[in-house]
Ligand binder design. Structure first.
Ligand code: MRU
Length: 383
């Protein structure tokens, strides 16, 4: 297969893009179906669409973080299998490539396998190839709808939880990485709750960690917060400690990439130190994630595979046209001596005992234990 990704290089005017920004969509031009992504490596400098016409292009978009964030990775995976089916590629091979494009977010393999199962069931049931491809696309679309619904439910549950934890309202919320419309078929995970708090008139301030080294907080969360008209302030990750010490944080809200059976949470690197700070300063630390992020087959936090990213993401600041993610080594401005080694895990693990509550579309667990998580996963979905 040839990499046929095409950079549509549409620079979209801010006012032309209503919220929510569609982070990903399926299109069927006469040349054949494509998956259109907002290239998140170029935000906020440019709003550029990336058109993926085949699976290698999509795998590259996932690896370079053009498309990113756990729930959206699930959708990209499912649509990727649909793309392979629709274009007559080897679906098994496509599913393997997509499922392993990044290791940590449980949603990616979940979306891929769900679409692959739908394709396989259709073929085994005697469907013609075209029909099986249509069934696969319908499954990806169903996941997309469910993810949007999950966002809405999580926002409602999260808002109610904050009301219980912090009577009085007027919250100053700290968040890390990017968890809004850009990572979801709907309004997002932690940022979805922040938006609900904002719309309820109860958001006094959103503290946005810049999220080193690829700046998902500065580039993406600040971008979403600005569009929502929120009162937000950006800080370097290392400034969070002094903010807690000054009593300026009422709650921490973050997303998750994988929740293990013991309730441990893998999320963007820098999440664990925030949980430690929150515990020390008696501030609620809340994780917001759909059930597609829960992986009961991974026993505990130590068993979660944490992605290691290239060192140049730490040793170089990217050129302005490539604000961080996806940039080639040597294309940025060096901020360390040539040849410096860098430790660059993309995620860390927060143990359940440091988490006040996990908010899902099916409800909230608090305290966070393996038993509570298993019970929630076994419960019937809401009507
Ligand atoms: O490396 P990224 O940008 O894909 O990491 C994303 C995160 O860590 C998010 O916090 C996470 O996926 C949770 S909610 C979208």
């Amino acid at each position: 297969m040839v990499d046929q990704s095409e950079d549509r290089s549409t620079v979209l005017a801010h006012d032309d893009v209503p919220l929510p920004v569609p982070a990903l969509r399926w299109e069927e031009p006469p040349e054949g179906p494509v998956l259109v992504l907002i290239d998140q490596t170029r935000l906020p400098a440019e709003e550029v669409e990336l058109v993926c016409t085949d699976v290698p292009a999509l795998v590259e978009a996932i690896r370079s973080l053009a498309v990113r964030g756990a729930p959206l990775l699930g959708l990209a995976g499912a649509y990727g299998v649909a793309l392979a089916a629709a274009r007559g590629y080897d679906v098994t091979d496509a599913a393997e490539q997509l499922a392993h494009a990044r290791p940590t977010a449980a949603n990616l393999a979940h979306g891929v396998r769900r679409a692959e199962r739908a394709f396989r069931a259709a073929v085994d049931g005697g469907a013609e190839y075209e029909e099986a491809a249509a069934v696969t696309l319908a499954e990806a679309r169903a996941l997309h709808r469910e993810d949007a619904e999950a966002s809405e439910r999580m926002a409602g549950h999260g808002l109610a939880l904050l009301g219980e934890l912090l009577p009085g309202g007027g919250y100053r919320v700290l968040t890390h990485c990017n968890t809004g419309t850009l990572v979801s078929g709907g309004g997002g995970t932690a940022f979805g709750v922040v938006r609900a708090v904002h719309r309820a008139g109860e958001l006094r301030r959103l503290w946005v960690d810049e999220t080193r080294p690829l700046l998902q907080g500065a580039r993406l969360t600040a971008y979403e917060a600005a569009r929502e008209g929120m009162a937000y302030t950006l800080l370097t990750d290392s400034a969070a400690g002094s903010l807690f010490a000054a009593g300026e944080v009422d709650a921490v809200l973050v997303g998750a990439d994988r929740i293990a059976a013991d309730g441990s949470v893998a999320n963007k690197v820098g999440t664990y130190p925030l949980a430690v700070l929150a515990r020390y300063h008696h501030v609620p630390f809340v994780v917001v994630a759909p059930l597609t992020t829960v992986d009961l087959t991974t026993a505990d936090g130590g068993s979660i595979e944490l992605e290691q990213r290239p060192g140049h993401e730490v040793t170089e600041f990217a050129a302005p046209s490539a604000p961080g993610a996806g940039a080639e080594a040597g294309s940025g401005i060096p901020v360390a001596p040539l040849g410096a080694q860098a430790y660059n895990p993309a995620f860390d693990v927060t143990p359940a005992e440091l988490i006040t509550a996990v908010v899902t579309e099916r409800g909230v667990i608090s305290p966070v234990t393996g038993d509570a998580l298993a019970e929630l996963c076994a419960a019937a979905p809401p009507p």
